[in-house]
Design a protein around this ligand. Structure first.
Ligand code: M6R
Length: 611
């Protein structure tokens, strides 16, 4: 949610910042802006995508060795030129970009209005830069000192970066609750919300911690805490390659990421699973595995697609470990004052590791004494850092806003965790344990076989792309897959879609069924199969159009469904990793056929860092 990027060094700053904004556009794309110093402070901003900003400045003199840039996902104030970042202080000397929310901005704004400040935008960000300016003038102090004083009053989450016309050799940045990475080059520094704009220039990075302020010159990086004490920057090596954040010949990141899944699932299992030797090793939870196996209950908190992965994990863990599992929307869990405390294990599932709802939920559960286990994709992310133990999913950078490869990697990792705990607990037989290890090991190959159905799925997409609504149904392990299928379709094709447990459909949604309603059944062969067949008949009896994802060898459903997608056979516990692939491809093709930008669906952002 909002991407920030900045550069200071010997090179031309604007091209670097512009390229960085394009890489970060997945975080928000309703407007963009840059500020640089060239005969004074110059600020350019434009509603729309980064390309529109690029056109807007094409005839301007953009030369500068310092620049900040921002791509926005609107929170305070509609997407417009005037609400775009950077925002400028009243004296026109300071420009600031911001990711996050200043919760007490209304109160600060009131104070500033009474002191004669006027505002050009509706944003909390403009209030903050005026507040900093006010402190600087009243105290006759440096910008750094004014920022420190201001941040002590600020409630909320932020990463901010400021340029000051009077100090064109310095960038000042601060972080609380939103991510900030600083790339350390030779005589230059790069700042960004994540490493993707940095990786092509340097692999040495510093992750700024909460409540730290960074004072950055071309050849100097000073980190201080909010009490003005110097902190030693911890330089880490980036482990991503440039190819991982480029499209690599695919039309869209989403398609590239769908097709990467045989490899990403393999990567999430690599070094952890050795089916031939019957060994399962999860380093990240080694010290907590025993405690996990004794947990009285496990609570999984997550949002969106990660929440769907949590639902599958509920089925897996309850079956394998016989431990009660609750799956909670992070946003609801936090605010309903849940009964949670010592003895509870919370599993936080998050691709980005920055989702504010999930982060806040685990913060409060941790304070109450629960143990937090993080299942994150982004290494070093806030949720990963807050967790007591964790398992990375190793799916690589996910750029498409609609989550795909992160989901299957989450399922693979959550299955490993369930198996590990079951083994320690003795709640699984040796044969079943070995069978599931074998099944997991074979999954990448089966996913690769499923991806060969791409052309067939594209034909089905063309047939149904003009439908007004879709219903997605499944039972058992395939129920969350139905939910995920509906979410994918909604997100990128803007078609209304509902996911439901197939049996629950007759308690209401069946009223929607007529000859115009496509109903996608996730109907692979499992212990619910016969019941699902009955549910398909109920839909057909009302003339609904049935698209069924079935297991190879199925002789029954092909005679009932309008369209079938035949996937490889797998144990029901791991089958969702396969059956979700057609869901992803169907949504992708419908979105593309309808002419939408599937990598940047309207109103969404990749990483939702506000509550
Ligand atoms: O980064 P997270 O996994 O915590 O993100 C959670 C949701 O915001 C995310 O899954 C969202 O629903 C995606 N748009 C799904 O495609």
């Amino acid at each position: 949610m909002c991407g920030i990027v900045a550069y200071i060094g010997q090179k031309e700053a604007y091209p670097i910042v512009l390229k960085g904004l394009k890489r970060l556009e997945y975080r928000g794309y309703d407007s963009a802006g840059v500020a640089l110093i060239n005969n004074g402070l110059q600020v350019y901003k434009k509603k729309g995508k980064v390309a529109e900003l690029e056109d807007h400045v094409s005839s301007k003199d953009m030369r500068s060795h310092i620049a900040i840039g921002h791509t926005r996902w609107a929170t305070h104030g509609e997407p417009s030129d005037r609400n775009s970042h950077p925002h400028v202080s009243g004296n026109g000397k300071l420009a600031m970009i911001h990711n996050g929310i200043i919760e007490n901005y209304a109160q600060l704004k009131q104070e500033l209005l009474s002191k004669g400040h006027t505002f050009k935008s509706d944003t909390d960000t403009e209030v903050l830069i005026h507040f900093i300016e006010e402190i600087q003038q009243n105290n006759n102090c440096s910008l750094e000192e004014a920022l420190r004083i201001a941040l002590k009053r600020v409630v909320g989450a932020y990463v901010i970066v400021i340029v000051d016309e009077d100090h064109p050799d310095t960038l000042i940045a601060a972080r609380k609750g939103s991510p900030l990475v600083i790339g350390v080059g030779k005589g230059e520094h790069f700042l960004a919300s994540d490493a993707s704009p940095i990786v092509e220039y340097t692999k040495e990075v510093v992750y700024v911690n909460d409540y730290e302020i960074a004072i950055i010159k071309a050849d100097e990086l000073i980190l201080k805490n909010i009490s003005n004490e110097i902190q030693t920057p911890y330089i880490q090596k980036l482990d991503i390659e440039l190819a991982a954040i480029e499209k690599g010949g695919y039309d869209h990141f989403m398609l590239k990421e769908i097709f990467e899944q045989p490899q990403t699932i393999f990567d999430s299992l690599r070094g952890r699973l050795d089916a031939k030797k019957g060994i399962l090793t999860i380093g990240g939870i080694r010290e907590h595995a025993e405690m996990l196996s004794k947990a009285k209950r496990i609570i999984i908190v997550a949002c969106g697609t990660s929440w769907h992965a949590g639902l599958v994990a509920e089925y897996m863990i309850e079956e394998l470990c016989r431990i009660p599992v609750e799956v909670e929307y992070a946003s609801e869990f936090r605010y309903r004052n849940p009964v949670v405390g010592p003895g509870d294990v919370i599993i936080a599932v998050s691709q980005s590791g920055e989702t504010a709802d999930t982060l806040v939920a685990i913060e409060s559960a941790k304070q109450k004494g629960a143990i937090i286990l993080g299942v994150c994709n982004v290494v070093g992310s806030s949720i990963a850092r807050l967790s007591d133990a964790g398992v990375y999913t190793h799916a690589g950078p996910e750029i498409g806003v609609a989550s795909t490869k992160a989901f299957t990697a989450q399922l693979a990792v959550l299955c490993l965790v369930g198996l590990k705990v079951a083994m320690l607990k003795g709640s699984i037989t040796e044969q079943r344990f070995q069978h599931l290890l074998d099944e997991l090991e074979n999954i990448p190959e089966k996913v690769a076989a499923t991806l060969k159905l791409n052309d067939r799925i594209k034909e089905i997409a063309a047939k149904y792309k003009d439908a007004r609504d879709f219903l997605y149904l499944g039972r058992g392990y395939n129920f969350p897959v139905a939910l995920e299928g509906a979410l994918k379709l909604k997100e990128i094709s803007y078609i209304h879609a509902e996911g439901y447990p197939a049996a629950e459909m007759k308690h209401g949604p069946i009223a929607l069924v007529d000859e115009n309603l496509p109903v996608v059944f996730v109907a692979t062969r499992d212990s619910y199969y016969e019941k699902v067949v009955s549910n398909i008949q109920e839909i057909k009896a009302r003339k609904g159009k049935v698209i069924a994802v079935i297991t190879e060898g199925d002789q029954v459903i092909p005679g009932m469904a309008d369209d079938i997608i035949v996937v490889p056979e797998a144990d029901e516990l791991v089958a969702p990793i396969i059956s979700v692939i057609p869901m992803q491809l169907l949504a992708y093709h419908i979105g593309v056929l309808k002419g939408f930008d599937v990598d940047k669906p309207r109103n969404l952002a990749k990483s939702v860092t506000v509550e």
